[in-house]
Design a protein around this ligand. Structure first.
Ligand code: PMM
Length: 290
């Protein structure tokens, strides 16, 4: 089995984290994989397409979404994590709840992906401290039903400085809870309490987060700022499942920026884009590549 340390080791290309949302209402793929069987089958497809990691979530974080009960979230994710982990997949649980993180680790999750970075339920950090797992701490300000109220970044340095400082504070909290920071990955949280211009500013300045000294995960796939960018002449955003080419461009930029991971729905096109970046990074002018 891959060790936790090896999951964090530098690699020639970003790890590809395939998304399985076991929710009725996620904006990107909500309602498609609500039964454990459908979700497991989807996870297997993503692995066959070349996913390095599978991220399984049972709570929609779509703007305006209300939260499921803990029991509902557990029932959605635990059987899927258990099945895919048993088949050897490196599984991540996308949860903000300590109880769900603990249950997920008990059935084989290796990564706790907490979109609140420990703010929603600080006990998540105790669960992570007690286990040998990777912790993804994302930039977050409020639950989805209120997050648009918090999308203002008027301080010096704007959104980039705010996300850097707020992620730095989360890293302090993670350390204070006894988690070895070498197990931590940070995420700028595209689309979470952020308007379009905030997401673009963050993507343009990922290197500003280097001072935090931790690898980065980026999730742009299918998000509404891409839909807005690609809006038709009538102003209607491009539909969710027609934003892939734009995400491929983001993939390329992030790979060049040296991120640790990319959280995506279409693993195959992400791997294709990464293959191009890798080919370009190899020694140029090789006879067989002509
Ligand atoms: N985005 C979503 C859910 N979980 N986790 C991390 N670490 N980063 C993200 O950007 C992120 C996430 C929302 O997107 P979805 O509804 O397509 O899953």
């Amino acid at each position: 089995m891959t060790s936790t340390a090896s999951l964090l080791e530098p690699r020639a290309r970003p790890r590809v984290m395939g998304v399985v949302n076991v929710t009725p209402d996620s904006f990107s793929d909500g309602g498609r994989f609500t039964s454990p069987e459908a979700a497991i089958a989807h996870g297997r497809r993503l692995l066959a397409d070349g996913a390095d990691l599978i991220d399984i979530g049972g709570e929609s974080t779509r703007p305006g979404a209300t939260r499921p009960l803990v029991a509902e979230e557990l029932a959605r994710v635990v059987p899927v994590i258990e099945a895919l982990a048993a088949e050897g997949a490196v599984v991540s649980v996308d949860t903000m709840r300590a109880e769900v993180a603990r249950a997920a680790i008990d059935v084989g999750a290796r990564i706790v992906n907490d979109v609140s970075g420990g703010l929603a339920d600080p006990e998540v950090l105790d669960v992570v401290a007690a286990a040998d797992v990777v912790y993804v701490a994302m930039h977050w300000r409020a639950h989805s039903d209120r997050m648009t109220d918090f999308a203002s970044y008027d301080g010096p340095g704007g959104v980039v400085a705010a996300v850097r400082d707020e992620l730095g504070a989360r890293l302090d909290a993670v350390r204070a809870a006894g988690v070895d920071e070498r197990r931590v990955v940070l995420d700028p949280g595209l689309g979470f309490a952020k308007r379009g211009e905030h997401n673009w500013a963050l993507l343009a300045s990922l290197d500003a987060l280097d001072v935090l000294g931790r690898p980065l995960l980026v999730g742009a796939s299918r998000k509404s700022f891409l839909g807005t960018l690609l809006a038709g002449p009538d102003g209607a955003p491009r539909p969710v499942d027609e934003r892939e080419a734009a995400n491929t461009a983001v993939t390329t930029l992030c790979a060049r920026a040296g991120v640790w991971g990319l959280r995506v729905h279409d693993v195959r096109s992400c791997r294709d884009a990464l293959a191009v970046v890798e080919a370009l990074s190899r020694e140029p002018d090789r006879e067989e590549d002509r």
